[in-house]
Ligand binder design. Structure first.
Ligand SMILES: NC(=O)c1ccc[n+]([C@@H]2O[C@H](COP(=O)([O-])OP(=O)(O)OC[C@H]3O[C@@H](n4cnc5c(N)ncnc54)[C@H](O)[C@@H]3O)[C@@H](O)[C@H]2O)c1
Length: 375
């Protein structure tokens, strides 16, 4: 494929980090000099969750730096962007499986973001028990640790649980866009249940600990984030389409293309997560995503094809196929679109990156950063 003067990887990531840090100037200032634990920090959302505070630190005195610790089992290996950060004095990388008890020498933290979980349906359906354990036992261990810290007079300032929009299941049309108080239409035994139901129980754990122990715990419900850091092998729809594009073949679609989603660029969502951690009200859940445009999977593919054509002269089209995985589409929601008024009001969250720009940045990121993959 040809290459029409594509911006560099470093320039693209730096621009996103600048945007995130500008949006979070007040929140990061409050976190300065404090200790932050990010579980699952080697994953897609970790890409900017980890890099944003380290980027902010660059223009700060050492005593104002946010000190970041990552717990991850690195089951997919350590990504290059994280390897490149090894040696950063404000970053500690720990190999830890959140299904296991916390390390004996677990330090105290001021802030915790629990993101560790198998998040892609392709993979969590293969490991349902591990998926539930990380969401339930892993979270429980962190909440117990928060209680112990409080008892020792060193209370955490905030714990954020990354839940999911999947806790709503497949809402009826009158519940779209979906508000936080919609209770959901979810199967407790279907192929996605290990993920959806453990996230639901995780939320119940959070609000119960917030109420019973007076902990500062908030919940974010991510709605279809995408962008730099989302591995091309992840199995979610945007990397799958990118994989076809960069193999210079047609985009394979396993649905009829009609399910609709709003897609939220990761830099916007990361601002939302930090705002929920710092500004969120204890025991409250917040939808973090973007409320428009709601587009079909076919429209998504067409937009990706158009952008890849413009940037690289890609000539592929959409090709419909039936997946060999018979559960591929079972319990797949028809529409997913958040109402984000609560996050706007409580958190001052406002996503800014358009779908056109987000797709452009994502395709450029895949062009530079994708690791060699099997067809
Ligand atoms: N990205 C989205 O659009 C989205 C949507 C809904 C919910 N979420 C939630 O946000 C969180 C992060 O999602 P992501 O997209 O970055 O996922 P991801 O799969 O890219 O990253 C998850 C990270 O967690 C690690 N991990 C998994 N199980 C672990 C365990 N038992 N112990 C330690 N580490 C473990 C993985 O190695 C990986 O680095 C997840 O909890 C996910 O459910 C994300």
């Amino acid at each position: 494929m040809k290459n029409n003067a594509v911006p560099s990887l470093e320039g693209l990531v730096r621009a996103d980090l600048d945007d995130i840090c500008a949006d979070l100037s007040e929140e990061f200032a409050r976190m300065g000099g404090k200790r932050l634990l990010i579980t699952g920090g080697a994953g897609f959302l970790g890409h900017y969750l980890v890099q944003a505070p380290l980027h902010w630190n660059e223009a700060r005195r050492p005593d104002q730096a946010i000190r970041v610790t990552v717990f991850d089992n690195y089951v997919g290996g350590m990504p290059n962007w994280l390897k490149n950060l090894e040696g950063n004095k404000n970053l500690r990388l720990v190999t830890h499986d959140m299904c296991e008890p916390l390390p004996r020498d677990m330090p105290d933290f001021d802030y915790v973001i629990h993101a560790a979980c198998i998040a892609s349906p392709t993979y969590y359906r293969r490991r349902p028990i591990q998926t539930m354990d990380s969401n339930v036992n892993g979270l429980r261990n962190l909440l117990d640790h928060a209680v112990a810290q409080k008892d020792r007079g060193k209370p955490m300032r905030g714990l954020l649980y990354l839940s999911t929009s999947e806790i709503y299941g497949d809402p009826p049309p009158e519940e779209i866009p979906t508000r936080e108080d919609y209770r959901g239409n979810v199967s407790c035994t279907g192929p996605r249940a290990c993920y959806d139901e453990s996230k639901r129980f995780g939320e119940t754990l959070c609000i119960s600990f917030a109420q019973e122990y007076g902990l500062q715990v908030t919940i974010a419900r991510p709605f279809n984030n995408y962008g730099p850091g989302l591995k091309i092998t992840d199995g979610r729809v945007i990397p799958d389409f990118a994989r076809d594009i960069f193999h210079d073949r047609d985009i394979v679609m396993y649905s009829d293309g009609s399910p609709k989603r709003t897609f939220c660029y990761s830099a916007d969502a990361i601002s939302g997560y930090y705002k929920a951690l710092i500004n969120g009200r204890s025991g409250e859940s917040y939808n973090i995503g973007i409320d428009r445009p709601e587009i079909s999977v076919t429209e998504l593919a067409e937009r990706m094809i158009g952008t890849a054509k413009e940037l690289f002269g890609y000539k592929g089209k959409i090709l419909h196929k039936v997946s060999k995985d018979e559960n591929y589409l079972v319990d797949n929601p028809n529409r997913r679109c958040p109402l984000i008024d609560k996050a706007r009001e409580h958190l001052a969250y406002e996503p800014k990156v358009s779908i056109e720009e987000g797709i452009r940045r994502s395709i450029i990121w895949y062009h530079h950063a994708r690791e060699p993959v099997e067809a």
